[in-house]
Design a binder for this molecule. Structure first.
Ligand SMILES: Nc1nc2c(ncn2[C@@H]2O[C@H](COP(=O)(O)OP(=O)(O)O)[C@@H](O)[C@H]2O)c(=O)[nH]1
Ligand SMILES: [Mg+2]
Length: 205
């Protein structure tokens, strides 16, 4: 997939603020500070498309980006940051639910986990949630530059086991620092977008 155009559309906290539900979307979910914005910037080859936070936990909105006038990338609010207000922490669940439960154009949610650690209880919960909505099957392990090959291999195996990924589920190690995994992830996203026209399971594209 060639990224010819990537631009911010809008930020939303409520359904009424979402752009029209008529363009395929791929969303990104993960704990605050896991590297979501950095990954989106890497994939889109733009340094400041999604804001990389100096102060973690800042992204409390759902951010929509237009890509190639063909699909959207959706940056979901991060979870697990301790220093948000109670009200903000409580608004997170309904905000995610509103978006995930009833978005016809949403094809897949990319679940981000930190490659250095076992998935947290909240990561597991988030992924269960995606499974419930049939949006699971694509996990990204971030900050892969921080590990050597052996450590990374071990941790990827642990992530697969803890999230109970099936053999056909994708787990991609990425680094926003050195670009690892970007091409592979874009290829997977392209396949997801190409499959959207009502393919049946088992059908190849
Ligand atoms: N070494 C390294 N640092 C990263 C990587 N991705 C993100 N970071 C850093 O992790 C912090 C959080 O990144 P950000 O993209 O804002 O995370 P978000 O809260 O999930 O959107 C920032 O300081 C980034 O520079 C990566 O692949 N490698
Ligand atoms: Mg962010």
């Amino acid at each position: 997939m060639i990224i010819r155009k990537a631009e911010f559309i809008t930020s939303a906290v409520r359904k009424a603020q979402y752009p029209e539900d008529n363009v395929p979307e791929i969303a990104f979910a993960g704990r605050s500070n896991v590297g979501k914005s950095s990954l989106i910037n890497l994939l889109m080859n733009k340094k400041r498309l999604a804001k990389v936070s100096q102060s973690p936990g800042k992204t409390r909105t759902i951010n929509f980006f237009n890509v190639n006038d063909e699909f959207r990338i959706v940056d979901l609010p991060g979870y697990g940051y301790a220093k948000v207000s109670k009200a903000e922490a409580e608004s997170w669940g309904p905000m995610m639910e509103d978006y995930l439960s009833n978005r016809a154009s949403l094809l897949k949610v990319v679940q981000l986990v930190d490659s250095r650690h076992d998935p947290s209880a909240q990561d597991i919960q988030m992924y269960e949630y995606l499974r419930y909505y049939g949006l699971d099957g694509l996990v990204v392990a971030t900050k892969a530059d921080k590990l050597n090959r052996g450590q990374l291999g071990n941790n990827l195996r642990n992530i697969r086991r803890i999230l109970q990924l099936a053999p056909e589920d994708n787990l991609v190690a990425v680094s926003a620092q050195n670009g690892t995994g970007a091409r592979e992830l874009l290829d997977i996203m392209e396949k997801i977008l190409n499959k959207k026209e009502g393919g049946t399971p088992g059908e190849t594209d």
